[in-house]
Design a protein around this ligand. Structure first.
Ligand code: SF4
Ligand code: SF4
Length: 149
C-alpha cells in the first residue's frame, strides 16, 4: 500500500522534488497527493516533509530527518557475490560497479554518488548475501576490505 499525504501538507514541494518516481503531484502552497501506482514506498518524501504530512501504510506520520543524518549503504566485499541486485534495485542509480580487488575478476559495488542516495535501504533489503549494511553518512570508507586488495 502506498504512502499518503494528509491535510497537514503546506505545499512546499519538498516531497515532489525528492520523489524518485515522480509519484507526488500538486501545486505550490496546495495539498499534494501521491499516486499509489507510482509510489515505491522509499520514504524519501516523509524524511523531507517539514510538517509531518506524509503517512505510511499504517497511517503513521514520518518525522523529518536532515539529509546529512540519512543512512547510506556499506558493502562487505567478503560476502558480496557481485550479483548486481543492489545496482538494479536502487531507484536513483546511486550504486555502480568498480573493479576494486586486485587479482579478482569480479566487479564489486560502490556507492558512486552519496548525494544521490535517498537512504531507502532497498539495496540492503534485497541483497541475497546480506553484504549491505545501512550506516551513517560521511564514513571514510564505505566499502570494507578494499584496502586489503
Ligand atoms: S514513498 Fe518514495 S516513491 Fe512513494 S511517494 Fe514518497 S518519495 Fe515517492
Ligand atoms: S539506500 Fe541503497 S537503494 Fe536506496 S538510494 Fe541509497 S544506494 Fe540506492
Amino acid at each position: 500500500m502506498a504512502y499518503t499525504i494528509s491535510n497537514e501538507c503546506i505545499g512546499c514541494m519538498a516531497c515532489a522534488k525528492i520523489c524518485p518516481t515522480n509519484a507526488v503531484t500538486g501545486e505550490k502552497k496546495q495539498i499534494h497527493a501521491i499516486d499509489p501506482a507510482a509510489c515505491i514506498e522509499c520514504g524519501a518524501c516523509g524524511r523531507v516533509c517539514p510538517s509531518r504530512a506524509v503517512l505510511d501504510h499504517f497511517g503513521l506520520a514520518f518525522e523529518r530527518i536532515p539529509k546529512k543524518e540519512w543512512d547510506c549503504p556499506q558493502f562487505d566485499l567478503k560476502t558480496c557475490m557481485s550479483c548486481t541486485i543492489c545496482l538494479d534495485t536502487c531507484p536513483v542509480s546511486a550504486i555502480s560497479q568498480a573493479l576494486l580487488l586486485k587479482g579478482n575478476p569480479h566487479l564489486f559495488p560502490v556507492l558512486a554518488d552519496e548525494a544521490l542516495c535517498i537512504g531507502c535501504g532497498f539495496c540492503a533489503g534485497d541483497c541475497p548475501a546480506d553484504a549491505v549494511t545501512m550506516v551513517p553518512r560521511n564514513r571514510e570508507s564505505r566499502t570494507e576490505e578494499t584496502e586489503k586488495a
